[in-house]
Design a protein. Structure first.
Length: 57
């Protein structure tokens, strides 16, 4: 699994979970907090997952 795919999956999962925590998408602040936490989570996943090398699986 590539770093980009892992970051995308992390973004989607965090978006759903944090969306439930901050009243979903009903308020402006809830939307902003949800997107910020999702982007931070995706960035952390991207940096923590090591690069795949050719020949390794």
């Amino acid at each position: 699994m590539s770093r980009y795919f892992t970051a995308l999956l992390t973004f989607m999962f965090v978006l759903v979970i944090v969306g439930l925590m901050f009243d979903g998408f009903e308020s402006q602040q809830g939307i902003v907090m949800t997107v910020i936490f999702s982007l931070v989570g995706a960035g952390a996943a991207y940096m923590l997952v090591s690069k795949s090398r050719k020949g390794e699986e």
